[in-house]
Each structure stands twice: as structure tokens, then as C-alpha cells.
Design a protein around this ligand. Structure first.
Ligand code: NAD
Ligand code: MG
Length: 282
């Protein structure tokens, strides 16, 4: 079972060590065929340095989009994402900084517009988690860190994106299976992920008249740097799913491609559950 780890300043930067993960997460299937589904779109992806966000960046590029990635501190991972995106023949703008700061969000958004020419797809994906066994162990500092990163930043960036979005542009938010089934070790994290569901559904209703769609993905156990950085016991990670294993980022990102493309033109306010077969409501 997952054991809680201590919340320290140090383990906030741990998610940067993708290059040390064994096995290395699969970013994209070699045989994944792009077909111009996102031709000449511009996507802004938070947490695009590693894990699911990295995989989304590379899939979007293979589908013809330029991307900007926002990340906290993991320069090596971000460089690697940039290389992979450029290998697809598309641009990748790296933006380093702390999404908890509304001021940074503004600067990052403006830089993306200035250097890539706009934003058509906003992927709110960055998050932190600090497992704790008891409610009383969740400090106010941790609570703030988790809410400011995992949901406040979604408001900051989306508020910037909406005024310049055109019909057909869209928002995709990353939630989690933990919010649908509960998680005894991640009460604060799962609460932010629930807030993301409410945010997504409500914003979808608000923006439908402008033909802007808002959807999300609720991943189950996916092999990313977040996992070894925050859980002690990772041997059995994902084995309690119906498919009996953890998923790879390469198995999650195609859901984002679908939600970003015309293929999902009649879908808004919804979540795709990429979770290895756990049946959840909504
Ligand atoms: P990850 O660690 O690779 O990605 C998260 C990224 O968020 C980090 O790379 C980091 O740069 C960025 N980030 C965190 N705090 C930030 C801040 N203050 N400012 C700027 N950037 C910040 O892990 P991942 O598993 O790919 O996570 C991506 C999303 O998937 C998260 O929303 C996570 O909650 C969600 N998710 C993951 C799993 C899983 O099993 N891996 C399961 C359910 C949901
Ligand atoms: Mg990272």
C-alpha cells in the first residue's frame, strides 16, 4: 500500500528526475501515426516537462501543433521535451516558473502569445501531491501549496486564455481517479482534483455559447516522475486495476489529442477515464 512521505521543500523538486526513472516512461508509441488533427494549432501545456504533460506535448506536435510548456524547475526534462517536439518538426517554447504566482502565469501566457502567436488549446495539467495518513498531518502550508498549484493556477491561466480564444479553441484539465473513488492518503490532493471536475463542468456551460469546449482527463495510475517522487512503495503501483498494471503516459496523451481536436466537437464538460478499467461515475 502507498505510504505517506514527508512534505519538505526538497521533495517539491523531486519530480524532475525522469531521466533516472526505471523503466523510463514511454512518451509516445513508435507506431503512433499523426494525421494533422491539430495542424498549426498552438497549445500551452502546464507540467509539460515530464510525465503526462510531456507526452501530450509530443503527441500534439506529431499532430501538427506548436507547443509551449510550463514547468517548475526540471530543466533537463524540459530540454528533452523540446528536443522531442522539434524532432516532430514543430516549435517548443519552454517557460520555467511557479504557477502558484498569478503574476508568473500572466508573464508566461504573454510570452506564449508573443513567441508562438497565440493559444488555441490550454492544457491545465501541473500538480503536486503530498500523501498523508491523517487529516491532522495536512498542514495549512501543504493545503495552500496543493490548492494554489492544482486548482488556483487553472483559474489564473484560463482567465487569461478565454478572452482571446476563438470558436473551436478549447481547455483540457487533468483531474484524477482519486477524486471519483476517494483516496485515504491524498485527501487534500483529491479535493483539488474534485474542484477541477466542478471547474470543468461549470466552465463548459459558461463557454458553450462561444463554441469553446472544456473537458478533462482523469488518469488512474500512470508511470510518471510524480510516482517515485511521492510514493515509497511503487512495486505494486497500478496492479490493482482491472488491466493489472500501471499505464504509460503514451496511453494517456491520445485522450488529450481527441479532446483537443475536431473529433470531439460535440463533447464538452466531460472527463475521459484513462485508468486501467476502474469503473467510476461521471
Ligand atoms: P509530473 O511530475 O511528471 O508532472 C507534473 C508537473 O507539474 C511537474 O513536471 C512540474 O514541473 C509541474 N509543476 C508542479 N508544480 C508546479 C508549479 N508550482 N509551477 C509550475 N509547474 C509545476 O507528473 P504527472 O503524473 O505527469 O502529472 C500530471 C498530471 O496528472 C497531474 O495533474 C497529476 O495530478 C495527474 N495525475 C497523475 C497520475 C499518475 O498516476 N501519474 C494519476 C492521476 C492524475
Ligand atoms: Mg517534471
Amino acid at each position: 500500500m502507498k505510504k505517506p512521505t514527508k512534505f519538505t521543500e526538497q521533495n517539491q523538486s523531486l519530480p524532475g528526475h525522469q531521466h533516472k526513472m526505471i523503466p523510463v516512461p514511454q512518451v509516445i508509441r513508435e507506431d503512433y501515426q499523426g494525421s494533422g488533427k491539430l495542424k498549426d494549432k498552438i497549445a500551452l501545456i502546464t507540467g509539460g516537462d515530464s510525465g503526462i504533460g510531456k507526452s501530450v506535448a509530443v503527441h500534439f506536435a506529431r499532430e501538427g501543433a506548436d507547443v509551449a510548456i510550463i514547468y517548475l524547475s526540471e530543466d533537463k526534462d524540459a530540454d528533452d521535451t523540446k528536443q522531442l517536439v522539434e524532432k516532430e518538426g514543430r516549435k517548443c517554447l519552454k517557460i520555467k516558473g511557479d504557477l502558484k504566482s498569478e503574476n508568473f502565469c500572466k508573464k508566461a501566457f504573454d510570452q506564449c502569445v508573443k513567441e508562438l502567436g497565440g493559444v488555441n488549446v490550454l492544457v491545465n495539467n501541473a500538480a503536486v501531491q503530498f500523501p498523508k495518513d491523517k487529516l491532522t498531518s495536512i498542514s495549512t502550508k501543504q493545503l495552500q501549496e496543493t490548492f494554489e498549484t492544482n486548482i488556483f493556477s487553472f483559474f489564473h491561466l484560463t482567465k487569461l486564455a478565454i478572452p482571446q480564444f476563438k470558436a473551436g479553441d478549447c481547455v483540457i484539465n487533468t483531474s484524477s481517479v482519486t477524486t471519483y473513488r476517494g483516496s485515504e492518503h491524498l485527501v487534500d490532493y483529491a479535493s483539488t482534483k474534485g474542484a477541477i471536475v466542478g471547474f470543468t463542468r461549470s466552465l463548459a456551460l459558461m463557454l458553450a455559447k462561444d463554441k469553446i469546449r472544456v473537458n478533462g482527463v482523469a488518469p488512474g495510475p500512470i508511470w510518471t516522475p510524480l510516482i517515485p517522487a511521492t510514493f515509497d512503495d511503487i512495486e505494486k503501483f497500478g496492479q490493482d486495476t482491472a488491466l493489472g498494471r500501471a499505464g504509460q503516459p503514451s496511453e494517456v496523451a491520445p485522450a488529450y489529442v481527441f479532446l483537443a481536436s475536431e473529433d470531439s466537437s460535440y463533447i464538452t464538460g466531460q472527463f475521459i477515464h484513462v485508468n486501467g478499467g476502474e469503473i467510476v461515475g461521471g
